[in-house]
Design a protein around this ligand. Structure first.
Ligand SMILES: Cc1cc2nc3c(=O)[nH]c(=O)nc-3n(C[C@H](O)[C@H](O)[C@H](O)COP(=O)(O)OP(=O)(O)OC[C@H]3O[C@@H](n4cnc5c(N)ncnc54)[C@H](O)[C@@H]3O)c2cc1C
Length: 447
């Protein structure tokens, strides 16, 4: 059995390692176009925040460990350019010079995603950067140091942009953020988004909402971000407007793509060609609330899907139920989290959503250090099902969201969720946990 994997990060290396563990004699070949494998992309903003930390601290396992200790045939600098599904082969070039052709019995496409860069003038300037790969992280750190960056503009206000605002402020860099839409975190109830806004304001991250970007001009000493109604000057521009799946290779081979152009996979992670699997940010998934296809590129799914592919390739039949879109991120001292559907998504998927937003506390009444926690809970009036939860607070948000994620996975009703036996002690929450208080209030509204 020859198992070929394209892409050597979270999904690809998880699959390679697990396949070798289950069937040590299997020939496992990984083709990775960059020089970096198996690193924590999620840790990059926190590494960039610290000028003294080496970016390579984020490497989880080096290429030589995969090769010499695990027996994986890992080829870096190896870009896959075409998949010949008829003959079961992958072709491409090594170090932009020599061509290669590898035959496979089973193939995994784990090519991840790539940052979206607007097709506008000036975005090809070296001071205009994006953060996706470890090479990007290295480039940004070097650019800040070599150009003595004092002022940065971040285009986009998603979680990578917000984490980078904190990172750059930690380096005493002035930060302005800009986006064309009118709302910060539009999927969030306005009370919760207002808390995030307050935190950004308190940390001198200046927001420009509703600003259409026309291009970037380079003057003698600055980059000028030209918007419809203003011009912002910066030493560096970070583009953080999202990613798109790297699915072209699959599409060119006649493999079906679906939601957001991600590679369409079944519960076993098989594509429309049964010898070819896809996992991670390049592939879609089923949503546990809607039962429909979705594309939510996050790390746990990539690792888990890589494992599941290895199991299936090794004959251990495995199906993955899906994702709830559970995510958490930090905005300076705030924890921001979500799982399941937002109100707008609930409507779009045909539910009859009812929601409640409460303001509770992270610790018991009168316990020192208690901080406010905002909880938004959404239920379906027709079926009584829990549909989604969002939370913002200074502590106790990041792990609390997981209780709601488990409830969604179990397709719980709001009533069943309100009856769950959650832990209590004064330093960790009120006796009625904020999630239970929200569920009780939502129940009243739904009936
Ligand atoms: C700054 C940042 C912060 C993040 N924070 C979080 C977080 O807090 N929580 C969370 O859940 N997720 C987070 N993520 C997302 C998470 O990192 C991704 O979901 C995860 O890395 C996806 O893994 P992957 O293996 O699918 O794709 P990738 O990590 O993108 O890896 C794909 C690999 O394929 C290679 N490749 C692509 N095309 C080819 C080709 N043609 N030939 C050969 N090789 C190819 C690429 O070079 C790359 O190494 C963050 C991402 C970033 C960028």
């Amino acid at each position: 059995m020859k198992f070929v994997i394209i892409g050597g990060d979270a999904a690809g290396m998880s699959a390679a390692s697990r396949a070798k563990r289950i069937v040590p004699e299997m020939e496992v070949i990984v083709l990775e176009k960059s020089e970096d494998v198996s690193y924590s992309a999620c840790g990059m903003p926190y590494n960039i925040a610290d000028a003294d930390r080496d970016i390579d601290d984020l490497v989880v396992r080096t290429a030589s460990v995969f090769r010499n200790k695990q027996g994986i045939d890992l080829f870096t600098g190896c870009c896959a350019e075409a998949i010949d599904v008829k003959n079961g082969a992958v072709t491409g070039t090594i170090d932009n010079r020599e061509s290669f052709r590898f035959f496979y019995d089973r193939l995994l496409i784990a090519t991840g995603g790539q940052p979206i860069i607007p097709d506008l003038p000036g975005f090809d300037h070296p001071g205009v950067v994006a953060l996706k790969s470890l090479a990007d992280g290295r480039r940004i750190k070097n650019y800040i140091k070599d150009n003595d960056v004092k002022k940065a503009v971040i285009i986009g206000m998603g979680y990578v942009g917000l984490e980078m605002a904190e990172a750059l402020r930690a380096r005493s860099i002035e930060v302005e953020m800009v986006k064309p839409g009118p709302d910060l975190l539009p999927w969030m109830p306005r009370e919760l988004a207002a808390e995030v806004r307050r935190e950004l304001d308190a940390n001198q991250a200046r927001l420009h909402l509703g600003c259409e970007i026309k291009g970037i001009d380079k003057t003698a000493d600055h980059l000028h971000i030209v918007c419809n109604d203003r011009i912002l000057a910066a030493d560096m521009v970070l583009v953080a407007i999202g990613i798109e799946p790297n699915s072209q290779l699959a599409a060119d081979a006649g493999i079906e793509t679906g939601v957001g152009s991600a590679i369409a996979v079944n519960h076993k992670l098989q594509t429309s060609n049964e010898a070819v699997y896809a996992a991670g940010d390049c592939a879609d998934a089923y949503h546990v609330v809607t039962g429909q296809k979705t594309w939510i590129p996050l790390a746990l799914r990539a690792n888990r899907a890589g494992w599941a592919v290895a199991d299936n390739v090794c004959g251990k039949e495995t199906s993955l139920e899906g994702v709830a879109g559970t995510a958490v991120f930090k905005v300076f001292d705030l924890e921001v989290a979500r799982t399941g559907l937002s109100l707008e998504e609930s409507r779009r998927y045909g539910f009859e959503p009812v929601d409640v937003t409460i303001n509770s506390r992270s610790r018991a009444h009168a316990h020192p250090g208690a901080q406010p926690i905002w909880v938004n809970l959404i239920g379906d009036r027709r079926t009584g099902r829990l549909l989604g939860t969002q939370m913002v607070g200074r502590e106790g948000v990041a792990h609390r969201i997981n209780a709601a994620a488990v409830a969604l996975q179990a397709q719980m009703s709001v009533k069943a969720f309100s009856e769950t036996d959650l832990a209590y002690a004064p330093p960790f929450g009120p006796v009625w946990d904020p999630l239970l208080t929200a569920a009780n209030q939502l129940l009243k509204k739904m009936t």
